[in-house]
Design a protein around this ligand. Structure first.
Ligand code: FAD
Ligand code: NAP
Length: 340
């Protein structure tokens, strides 16, 4: 017998802190309960939201149908080949704590992704990335429940179709797979990734040019803490818009009109524009409209000061999109999932 919670309060379960109620909510930590729950969902034709840490979602006040939180836990070494180790983690493990656990065990490769909120299970969904590393680089495979076949399957890296902040879980196969466990290939010897200039410069300012894993981890945490709001203190979902990728022609046109444009080469012939810079230049940094606003230290982050709603936030996002388009003729896409 499953213990669904009716009219569940999800205010603390979404990092914006919007007041949200789910028609019914269930946390599952084993496959039998998950299968039983999905049978009920199917029989009743309930819409279904799979919830992790709620840090990349904009939820409406009332969530119809069912919300299932995947609480699978455990961190295990599956294979040890000396220089490389395969580690499996349950989808319900906290991502930042997992990164810290690996550091303690001397297993390397995810240090640059420290302090990203959310769960291990959601990490492959948008191929989380920060400071020059994305999770796909270390992902071995995903163990998932396939809602079409009703089987537990192993998806290897190519099956996940990872690209910049995206994967098959967010696009082609959205809603099909429930991620239960994630496997990572990690190194026992540490090689720092310092391609991200800010990280390299902050370490250099402390006289560190060959950092060890702990130094990279701590520096990433320090930079993030200095620039990003903590959801516990100020509601947010990190970057609210994706960095738009434009053609070389578009980049050249913009660079001529705006010499200070912040952009980086992406692939062979495209450029990634820093969306935060575009929003800042359009005059939005620090803007506040009652309970919602644009974070004063980073224009890419929209914030909820309390007593507001997702409607108010989305209205602000729309105004920002229009003004950025009017100034630069560049479309911004929202990064968090809007549900329902
Ligand atoms: P949720 O928000 O709960 O869900 C996100 C999506 O994944 C939803 O579509 C959900 O249905 C789906 N999902 C969740 N769990 C599962 C599962 N087990 N199986 C299938 N689908 C699932 N992101 C970055 O990439 N880089 C950053 O540096 C970064 N920094 C951030 C900083 C802050 C302050 C905040 C608030 C957010 C930041 N984010 C960043 C965004 C967010 O932390 C990540 O996207 C994170 O992976 C979301 O995890 P979650 O568990 O909270 O997912
Ligand atoms: P930032 O340092 O102000 O840089 C602005 C943008 O420029 C970033 O989005 C980043 O793209 C890009 N950039 C900077 N240096 C780069 C380099 N050497 N090579 C390629 N691209 C470069 O960014 P920030 O807002 O403080 O964030 C720092 C890092 O944390 C970024 O990697 C960012 O993605 C990540 N982050 C993500 C979220 C989220 O919710 N998705 C939230 C907070 C922070 P990339 O984004 O492609 O790295």
């Amino acid at each position: 017998m499953l213990n669904w919670e009716n009219n569940a309060d999800l205010t603390a379960a979404n990092s914006f802190g919007f007041p949200v109620r789910a028609e019914r909510f269930l946390k599952v930590d084993n496959i039998d309960d998950l299968e039983s729950a999905l049978t009920e969902v199917k029989e009743n034709s309930w819409p279904l939201l799979i919830l992790g840490g709620g840090s990349n979602l904009v939820l409406a006040e009332e969530i119809p149908g069912a919300v299932i939180s995947v609480g699978f836990s455990g961190i295990n070494i599956l294979a040890d080949e000396g220089l490389q180790v395969i580690v499996e983690a349950g989808a319900g493990e906290n991502w930042h704590q997992f990164v810290g656990h690996l550091l303690e065990k001397g297993l390397h490769g995810l240090e640059n992704l420290a302090l990203i909120p959310g769960s291990v299970g959601a990490a492959p969904v948008q191929n989380i990335g920060a400071y020059g590393v994305e999770v796909a680089e270390r992902l071995h495979s995903v163990i998932a429940y396939d809602r079409i076949t009703g089987e537990v399957v192993q998806l290897n890296k190519p099956d996940c179709k990872f690209r910049y902040r995206n994967s098959t879980f967010k696009t082609e196969e959205k809603g099909r797979y429930i991620i239960l466990k994630v496997r990572f290939t990690l190194d026992t010897e540490f090689t720092p990734v310092l391609t991200y200039k800010v990280l390299e410069e902050c370490l250099a300012a402390k006289g560190v040019d060959k950092p060890d894993a702990l130094q990279v981890y701590c520096e990433v945490c320090a930079i993030r803490n200095s620039k990003l709001p903590t959801p516990d203190q100020l509601g947010n979902a990190g970057s609210f818009f994706e960095n738009p990728v434009v053609s070389a022609d578009k980049y050249t046109e913009l660079k001529q009109a705006f010499p200070q444009l912040v952009a980086y080469p992406e692939g062979d012939s495209c450029f990634k524009l820093a969306a935060g810079w575009l929003i800042d230049q359009a005059g939005w940094k620090g803007y506040r409209d009652g309970p919602v606003g644009v974070y004063p230290k980073q224009a890419l982050v929209l914030v909820h000061y309390g007593q507001g709603s997702s409607e108010q936030l989305l209205a602000l996002a729309e105004k920002i999109k229009i003004s950025v388009y009017e100034k630069f003729a560049v479309h911004l896409e929202m990064e968090p999932r809007i549900y329902p």
